[in-house]
Each structure stands twice: as structure tokens, then as C-alpha cells.
Design a protein around this ligand. Structure first.
Ligand code: PMP
Length: 334
């Protein structure tokens, strides 16, 4: 019989799929690593198990304990999956720009959520960093994973995402592209791919980070952007800039345009940070030749964004062009 002992054992081992239509005019091969096929629907499932295992080992998380974390949703789902299997309570702190669908997913897994304003500085007592610090101090038996500083985040990608990409491309990957939020994905995966390819004839894997225009990684100060889960207004220690060869900045408009195209043309219903990462990957791939193999990581699925990027009215209200709606009968009949 073939079955997993628990849903936690289904995390990782996600497939690569070639992008065929949005790559028109590009001779390099562009492969997407489809992280929404993780059981919790995102790449963040990977970091959750490793972070909780380490916390148990180090005595930071004890039976009956509570996990407190500021998260845009995906990390919460991963943590909630593992926590419910082991009897921990979860309290997540979310900025108010996170969509209602994403919030409801967290509560569906049994987590509790606290919503905080987006438009305040990180040091403001109302910010989601400050609120989660206070909850972690005041709730007895609380453990704060702190994905922005926890070395087990990048380590999980070093041990799983990187080796999977290397194995699935038979060691032929030439460029790895990922959006940067905490920086854990690009740091862990990038470090592994650099090391494993260090002595390869033809040179090592190039590591490309993609960042929303205005965020610190591409030289901004943290000006608000609407793409979720990526970009920062500070430098987290989960991010090691020494691993990254190049950063590409992408606007919300470009990110959302490509997100819509990935759904319509590639059959990949993914989130806005995926459109952003893929846009960065296409910009890099355009400069490359037929022997190059670009792997871009798509962190999550699109169902959490149906009321936003995939909603015509929301797109128009936020000043984005591109109609997502279907034609009316009148349009079709002229
Ligand atoms: N996209 C989404 C939707 C995310 O939730 C995250 C995690 N914040 C990322 C991209 C970036 O991943 P990382 O934190 O590993 O840089």
C-alpha cells in the first residue's frame, strides 16, 4: 500500500514544469517549481516542520505550548498543520492588507488570528512585529518561531528545495530565481545550489532574487506595494545577501499582469509573488541562450487572491490596467 503516515510527510518533493507560452521569444528553458502542491499550499510548509522540530529539541516548545508568529498567511498554514498534529495552540498576527480568504484558511486549520494595521512603522506598538512580540512575552509557554531570524528557515530550503532542484535538472540548472520576503528561500536554496555546482564545468548556478519596486532588497525604503509575502522595510537575518548574485525589481503592475497570464496561458493559478518571481525569471532568461536552464520558484497558489488580483473591480480600484473579466453576451455579438 502507498500512503503517508501523516499530512506532514507530504511536504516537499514538488515538481518542475516548463513554462511554454509566457516564454515566447526566449530560447532558454524556464522551469517553474510549483510549491502550491505542498499540502498546506505553499513553500512555507517546508520551514514549519524544521522550525518546530528544532524548538522541541532545544526545549523552547513544550507540550501544551503556544506558537505565536507574525505571518502573511502561508507560514501560519505550515505551522498550523504541524502544530495541530502535535497538540500545540497557534496565534498568528497578520497585517490588515492580507485578504480575508487567507485569514479564513488559518482559522479553518484551528489557529487564532490577530489583525494589525499595515500603514505603521515596524517599531510602532501597533505593528505586527510589536504585537507578536508582546503576545509571545505575555502568553505562558509561548514560542515565537521568528521566521525572519530563525536559521531553520533557510536550512530547510538548503536541505530540501535545493537538492530537489539539483536532482530534477540532473545538475544542469544554470539560474535559480526566487522572490525575497524573509529571504529564507533564496538564501537556503541558493547556498545549496552554489555549493553543489561550485566546481562544475561551465560555471556555478547564478542566484537571482526578485523584489517589489520600493522594497529594501532592490534599494528602496519599504514604500508600500500590494504584492503579498515579498519585499521588506528592514533587513532580516534569514537573508544572506552574499548568496545572491543579482536582484531584479518588479512593479505590482508587472507582477499582477504575469500572475494573470500564468493562470490563463500556463494553467498555473498562483499568487502575486509568483507572477513577480516569474517576471524576474523572464527578464533574466531573455538575456540567455538555448543551453541555459532557469528554475523559478512559485511559492503559493492563487485561491487566496481570487478577490484581489483575479478580481477586475479590485484591480481597477487600485489603479491597475488589464481586464480579468469575461466578455459579456453583448461583446460577443458585437
Ligand atoms: N511569496 C509568498 C506568497 C510568501 O508568503 C513568501 C514568504 N514570506 C515569499 C514569497 C518569500 O519567501 P521567503 O520568506 O522565503 O523569502
Amino acid at each position: 500500500m502507498k500512503y503517508a503516515d501523516s499530512v506532514v510527510d507530504l511536504i516537499g518533493g514538488t515538481p518542475l514544469v516548463r513554462l511554454n507560452r509566457v516564454t515566447e521569444g526566449i530560447s532558454a528553458t524556464v522551469l517553474a517549481k510549483v510549491e502550491y502542491l505542498n499540502p498546506g499550499g505553499s513553500a512555507k510548509d517546508r520551514i514549519a516542520t524544521r522550525i518546530i522540530d528544532a524548538a522541541e529539541r532545544e526545549g523552547l516548545l513544550k507540550p501544551g505550548g503556544t506558537i505565536v508568529e507574525p505571518t502573511s498567511g502561508n507560514t501560519g498554514v505550515g505551522l498550523a498543520l504541524v502544530a495541530q498534529q502535535r497538540g500545540y495552540r497557534c496565534v498568528f498576527v497578520l497585517p490588515d492588507k492580507v485578504g480575508e480568504d487567507k485569514r479564513n484558511v488559518l482559522t479553518a486549520y484551528g489557529a487564532e488570528i490577530v489583525v494589525t494595521p499595515t500603514a505603521v512603522a515596524p517599531e510602532d506598538p501597533e505593528s505586527y512585529y510589536s504585537v507578536s512580540d508582546r503576545l509571545a512575552r505575555e502568553i505562558p509557554g509561548a514560542f515565537k518561531p521568528n521566521q525572519y531570524a530563525n536559521p531553520n528557515g533557510p536550512r530547510s530550503h538548503y536541505e530540501t528545495t535545493g537538492p530537489e532542484i539539483w536532482a530534477d535538472t540532473d545538475g544542469r540548472v544554470t539560474h535559480f530565481v526566487a522572490g525575497v520576503g524573509t529571504g529564507g528561500t533564496i538564501t537556503g536554496t541558493g547556498r545549496y545550489l552554489r555549493e553543489v555546482s561550485a566546481d562544475r564545468a561551465g560555471g556555478r548556478v547564478q542566484i537571482v532574487g526578485v523584489d517589489p519596486v520600493g522594497s529594501v532588497y532592490s534599494g528602496g525604503t519599504g514604500r508600500p506595494y500590494l504584492v503579498e509575502g515579498v519585499g521588506e522595510d528592514f533587513w532580516p537575518s534569514a537573508y544572506d545577501p552574499a548568496v545572491v548574485d543579482r536582484i531584479v525589481a518588479v512593479s505590482d503592475q508587472q507582477a499582477f499582469d504575469l500572475t494573470l497570464r500564468l493562470a490563463r496561458e500556463e494553467g498555473l493559478l498562483v499568487g502575486g509573488s509568483c507572477g513577480m518571481a516569474a517576471q524576474g525569471a523572464l527578464e533574466v532568461a531573455r538575456e540567455l541562450g538555448p543551453d541555459d536552464i532557469v528554475v523559478v520558484l512559485l511559492p503559493d497558489g492563487g485561491r487566496g487572491y481570487l478577490g484581489k488580483i483575479f478580481n477586475d473591480g479590485w484591480m481597477r480600484r487600485h489603479g491597475f490596467s488589464h481586464a480579468t473579466g469575461s466578455p459579456t453576451v453583448a461583446d460577443l455579438l458585437g
